[in-house]
Design a protein. Structure first.
Length: 103
């Protein structure tokens, strides 16, 4: 595994752990504020997205093939396909686009 990938995984893990652990340590009573509860609920998903998206665009030879694979994966996920089907579909589209002579 590349060092920057390991670093990203470590930062992601520490961030997710801190976001989940700090409220438990600092706040001893239930959080009643709806906005703050919603914020804490979505932080892990946003963090994962922010760290994953740049890696998707830089993982292939061309940004165009990466964008095509990402688009295919989003479309398959939107249509309710399984995670395995989404991953395979995205990889297949990237492979097919990279076979094109103009990319």
């Amino acid at each position: 595994m590349r060092p920057e990938t390991m670093k990203s995984i470590l930062v992601l893990g520490l961030t997710l752990y801190a976001v989940r652990m700090l409220p438990l340590v600092l706040l001893h009573r239930e959080i009643k504020n709806r906005w703050f509860r919603s914020f804490l609920y979505y932080v892990p998903y946003v963090t994962l997205t922010v760290m994953t998206f740049p890696a998707i665009l830089s993982a292939t030879k061309s940004v165009f093939s990466a964008a095509a694979g990402f688009g295919a994966a989003v479309l398959l996920a939107y249509r309710g396909r399984s995670l395995f089907q989404v991953a395979i579909g995205g990889c297949l589209v990237v492979g097919l686009v990279e076979l094109l002579p103009f990319v």
